[in-house]
Write a protein that binds this ligand. Structure first.
Ligand SMILES: NS(=O)(=O)c1c(F)c(F)c(S(=O)(=O)CCO)c(N[C@H]2CCc3ccccc32)c1F
Ligand SMILES: [Zn+2]
Length: 263
């Protein structure tokens, strides 16, 4: 599709000119406010299956021009939703070196340093994520808020390779590791709402699960994420650093955010 960016003439305020859904309903991310949360006792702990990948399993870490992403095998899946949702990829959103505030979801107006998304598709009904991406029951994304603090050895399992994907369309192999270790300890405390892709084409096809508890990465790890990558190709005459690749919060428009926990 047409080139889109986060700022400038093709920035997020103009996405709807080429991608109509971006100006539509059920958009993500949102600012999750306490007074719009509703406790739902039927929300069970998130049940992730086959997340513990063997080092013999090779993953691909890539720069797609918008984020750093890791391809995931579809044997990884989420249990407990109305359908099986199989993993496709995970990627990140972050701020800039001068501002460690780049999460997409906010909680009571607090923006975190970064956010990880693990994208899954409804493999009961659709043969691939491309077939699922524009269907209302197509996708389920896990959101993990990221703070700067303690060094995170789990994140280091792929961050140590990030220098290999500086430029758009570069890819490097990464040995499989336990993707569960990237998630917070408690998978029973999360926010749940109906939303969309946070990038064009902004299809309203995502069941969002944002975990209550953030994970931490060290300042050095955060800076490696923020300062290493470019949105431009290696051969481009102009280098465009990849920073602040987050969409601003979108109108909730009557949506309620379900929570799996009591305050
Ligand atoms: N924040 S988010 O979770 O909404 C989200 C992204 F933020 C994002 F950047 C991407 S992308 O594929 O890296 C680039 C634009 O699609 C996807 N990609 C998904 C959606 C479309 C698609 C098709 C094939 C594989 C992955 C994806 C995404 F779901
Ligand atoms: Zn995302």
């Amino acid at each position: 599709g047409a080139k889109w960016t986060y700022v400038g003439p093709a920035g997020q305020d103009h996405w709807e000119d080429n991608y109509p859904y971006c100006g539509g309903a059920f958009q993500s991310p949102i600012n999750i406010m306490s007074d719009l949360m509703r406790f739902d006792p039927t929300l069970r702990p998130v049940d992730v299956r086959n997340y513990n990948l063997s080092p013999n399993e090779q993953l691909t870490l890539g720069n797609n021009g918008h984020s750093a992403q890791i391809s995931l095998p579809s044997k990884m899946y989420l249990l407990g939703l109305h359908h099986r949702y199989s993993a496709a990829q995970l990627h990140f959103h972050w701020g800039s070196s001068s501002s460690p505030a780049g999460s997409e979801h906010m909680v009571n107006n607090k923006q975190y340093a970064a956010e990880m998304h693990i994208v899954h598709f409804n493999s009961d009904k659709y043969s691939s994520i491309s077939m699922a991406v524009d269907k209302s029951d197509g996708l389920a994304v896990l959101g993990v808020l990221i703070e700067v603090g303690e060094f995170n050895p789990a994140f280091e399992q792929f961050l140590k390779f990030i220098i290999g994907i500086k430029y758009k369309d570069e890819k490097v192999p990464v040995p499989g590791f336990n993707i569960r270790s990237l998630l917070p300890a408690q998978l029973d405390e999360y926010y749940r709402y109906d939303g969309s892709l946070t990038t064009p084409p902004c299809y309203p096809s995502v069941l969002w699960t944002v975990f209550r508890n953030p994970v931490t990465i060290s300042y050095q790890q955060y800076m490696s994420l923020v300062t290493t990558l470019f949105s431009s190709h290696a051969q481009d005459s102009v280098s465009v650093p990849m920073s602040s690749n987050y969409r601003k919060p979108q109108p909730l428009e009557g949506r309620v955010v379900l929570v799996s926990f009591k305050e």
